[in-house]
Write a protein that binds this ligand. Structure first.
Ligand code: PLP
Length: 357
């Protein structure tokens, strides 16, 4: 019997992505919106899907949806690109701007997908770690960019999993420091009310990543988009899978985007619950919650409490959160997504059972 020959060498150090997303009563581990798309919008979605011809290839660039997004952002069609989730566009970024002999500047701890994509494409990684309070070391980043050898960088605002956002002044400094392609990953911007969008008027080396997965309750459908200069997006178009965004997702996306104002009350509720969860976490002995501008909260335990044991106890109580305790810089930390009021109560009650003895 033949064995399989080794895969590409850069895969040897990579673990397949596994967020340990196992069923639980209260699923608050993946930063999803706790509420599904409202019923009346779902009905409209179903009507739209009925009209989709399944035997035809989709519009490769999802132009109708692109135009809607462009209009809403005061941009032209060629300044918008739609992808199969934000994740596809992150991968395309590494394919188009990374590669052997090229360099990505990362600001860990942050979204692990960036490093994975760099490794897959044999891109060198330069790390400028965040400070102990997880704020970006701004001067160090600017200094490193100014050396001129960084091909692309991603700054996440709000950052996943730490929750902090960057300032417009810092993004502007990054864009001025060199011609490096700068992505601002705004997957959670709806919860932070800050966007780098105004800087698109001035800078060709800026792209902004957004997604339908979080604020718009669409993690199951896979739609993300970029806002950026025509010149930058042209390179993304060269590497993307031609039909990555299927016709059904496009149809759903158009209905959701048209109805996006209806998601605002849900976003407000999450912002309100976020303040409550942070407050309650900080009242618990041995627990420190970090401030958050997103729909999740990172919290750390004092050394006498073992975070992964707490994770297990929460899971045994039917509550699934995300364990980051073995990630560099996030030692003894867990992350909880903001759920409905009832889900948050269940999480906080279960946690009290574990840490208050
Ligand atoms: C969720 C997320 C994305 C994109 O997710 P998709 O579901 O692929 O659109 C991008 N960046 C960060 C930091 C995220 O947390």
């Amino acid at each position: 019997m033949n064995r399989i020959r080794p895969a590409a060498p850069q895969l040897a150090s990579i673990e397949p992505y596994d967020p340990k997303y196992i069923p639980a009563d209260v699923m608050i581990s993946a930063n999803e919106n706790p509420l599904d798309v409202p019923f009346e919008i779902r009905r409209e979605v179903e009507r739209a899907i009925r009209k989709v011809p399944f035997n035809r290839y989709p519009d490769p660039l999802a132009n109708e949806l692109r135009d809607m997004i462009a209009d809403a952002n005061g941009l032209e069609r060629n300044q918008v690109l739609v992808g199969n989730g934000g994740d596809e566009l992150l991968f395309d970024m590494a394919l188009a701007f990374g590669g052997p002999g090229r360099t990505f500047l990362n600001m860990p701890p942050t979204f692990s997908v960036y490093v994975n994509n760099a490794q897959l494409t044999n891109t060198s990684i330069v790390n400028v770690p965040r400070r102990a309070d997880f704020t970006v070391d701004e001067d160090a980043v600017i200094e490193r960019l100014a050396q001129g050898d960084i091909d692309y960088t991603i700054v996440t605002s709000p950052n996943n999993p730490t929750g902090d956002k960057v300032t417009g002044a810092f993004v502007k400094r990054m864009l001025e420091a060199s011609d490096t392609l700068v992505m601002v990953d705004e997957a959670y911007f709806e919860f932070s009310r800050y966007t780098a969008r105004p800087l698109l008027e001035q800078f060709e080396n800026l792209v902004i990543l957004r997604t339908f997965s979080k604020a718009f309750s669409m993690a199951g459908v896979r739609l993300g988009y970029l806002l950026g200069s025509e010149a930058a997006l042209r390179e993304f178009k060269k590497v993307r899978q031609p039909y990555s965004v299927d016709a059904v997702s496009q149809a759903i996306g158009r209905v959701i985007y048209e109805n996006r104002a209806k998601f605002e009350p849900g976003i407000d509720a999450i912002i309100e619950q976020r303040a409550r969860v942070i407050d309650e976490l900080n009242k618990l002995p041995g627990v420190t919650a970090f401030d958050s501008q997103a729909n999740y909260v990172l919290f750390r335990f004092d050394p006498e409490i073992d975070a992964s044991q707490v994770w297990q106890s929460l899971f045994d109580a039917g509550v699934l959160v995300r364990d980051f305790s073995r990630s560099a810089g996030l030692e003894n930390c867990l992350r909880v997504s903001i759920g409905t009021e009832a889900e948050n109560t269940r999480f906080l009650d279960a946690l009290k059972q574990v840490v208050v003895r």
